[in-house]
Design a protein around this ligand. Sequence first.
Ligand code: COA
Length: 214
Amino acid sequence: MASTYPPLNLAVRTPRITLAAATDAMLERLVPVVRAGVVTEGGPLPFDDPMSLYEQSPAREWQWMRRIWSGRARVEADFWRLYFVVCDGGEPVGMQDLIANDFADLGTVHTFSWLAPGVRGRGLGKESRAAILHLAFEGFGAREASSDAFIDNEASNRVSEAVGYTRNGTDWATRRGEPCLLQRWRLTRAAWQERRRTDITLSGVEECKPVLGL
Ligand SMILES: CC(C)(COP(=O)(O)OP(=O)(O)OC[C@H]1O[C@@H](n2cnc3c(N)ncnc32)[C@H](O)[C@@H]1OP(=O)(O)O)[C@@H](O)C(=O)NCCC(=O)NCCS
């Protein structure tokens, strides 16, 4: 059933995946993945602080939900964040967010994502990024997209490179309290247009624009 609130009706579909707006029903379906754990043992930590996914279950799920609820509630022209659940064959396997500061003036967006450990390395990260970029550039008319990842996060950095971003300097952030270098990436509209896909469809964009101050 369609929501009264347009951001919760947004969807992006590619031949492989759907980005479904993170309604409470979708979040509930993703809880088992969060409970099972998104941060793998032994590998480099992927997220900067603060991050609910570093916490122990069940506080992890509670905090994860609270962060999404509070983010969903703060939607103004100068800041918004749209949360999507990545569905592969109908199964929720991760999240893909689109974040904007002063979008009406700047036209810039930032993306954030994670996938369940068991489905990584099969191209879903690239597919999900391509899908959210289609929403940003085609749907909302973005001028530029940015992303960043810790220097040792090979999968995330490779996703950015593979879909056409160029390096845009570095920054510092902490992960579990320890400082680590972030690689920053940017993708211009012109670079996106060179590789833009023709097999991605958007739903609910026009109805959503007024909510975002567009
Ligand atoms: C980052 C993430 C979303 C990428 O999704 P993914 O499905 O694993 O990535 P893909 O399968 O689409 O692979 C994208 C590219 O990275 C490469 N890659 C994937 N995993 C890799 C790894 N562990 N080491 C090196 N390269 C890797 C792939 O070969 C592919 O490169 P190619 O285009 O040359 O073939 C996913 O790995 C993840 O959830 N990681 C943990 C959370 C995270 O890091 N989030 C981002 C925080 S900034």
